[in-house]
Design a binder for this molecule. Structure first.
Ligand SMILES: *Cc1c(COP(=O)(O)O)cnc(C)c1O
Length: 236
């Protein structure tokens, strides 16, 4: 509880300012409008006062990775601060209903078996749940994401499961890969999804280290933690 120190507030102001400037420079370089790019500040492991301070600095979209932490933070903050909660981490099936209830957007949908639970949770609170289908760009299943071949079938299933709403595709650049190449591939996969689902133009890509490349390749949602909030301490 409580407020952040003056020092911490100044850190957040400058972190957020730096990232916003990077996003607007990247948009200018790509000839894109910054209004088409949503900055999701990934607050996982950071404490509530940081989130309150971010909200007071105009942040509306925040991301969490784990259901338990999402649940704790949502119940502490309530709806009052007007935040939109994004889930960016790997989903466990037995937590999916709760995530469906709490989240506004889920970036990491990668298994059809999550869908009935996510939709049941969203239905309970009477709202739409935006969904990105996460795709694995290097075929390594341990980091989440469907294969390229699995993308269109899962997108189809999301689109057919109201109140889930298919927003588009998501990926994490593979470790050690060239982010330009990775996000080029993601953009190609996105255009295949958009052919079948014209409204699903979202591309969730780009983190602290590669947001410029993501913007250059059409990202509509950036998921940025450390570059705004500073390095995570081991104890969170
Ligand atoms: C933690 C996380 C992020 C944010 O990463 P940073 O390096 O802190 O910017 C983005 N996407 C996913 C899927 C994450 O788990």
């Amino acid at each position: 509880m409580g407020e952040v120190s003056e020092v911490r507030r100044a850190e957040l102001v400058s972190g957020l300012g730096r990232v916003r400037a990077r996003v607007s420079d990247a948009c200018a370089a790509a000839g894109r409008s910054p209004s088409r790019v949503t900055l999701v500040v990934v607050t996982k492991t950071y404490p509530l006062p940081d989130i309150r301070a971010l909200a007071s600095l105009g942040v509306r979209d925040v991301g969490e990775a784990r259901e338990q932490e999402l649940r704790d933070k949502c119940s502490e903050l309530g709806e009052a601060v007007g935040l939109r909660w994004h889930v960016v981490g790997r989903l466990q099936r037995n937590k999916a209903r709760s995530v469906g209830r709490l989240a506004h957007v889920v970036h990491s949908v990668d298994d059809e078996r999550l869908l009935p639970r996510l939709s049941a949770g969203a239905e309970e609170v009477g709202r739409e749940l935006g969904c990105f289908v996460q795709v694995s760009l290097d075929g390594d299943p341990t980091r989440g994401g469907v294969t390229h071949a699995g993308l269109l079938p899962l997108a189809e299933q999301v689109a057919a499961t109201p109140p889930l709403r298919l927003l588009g595709v998501m990926a994490v650049a593979p470790m050690g890969a060239d982010p330009d190449e990775a996000f080029t591939r993601l953009q190609e996969l996105s255009s295949r999804v958009v052919l079948e689902h014209p409204a699903a133009v979202g591309i969730s890509a780009g983190m602290s280290g590669d947001l410029e490349q993501a913007v250059a390749h059409g990202a509509t949602h950036l998921r940025v933690g450390a570059a705004v909030l500073g390095s995570r301490s081991p104890t969170g």
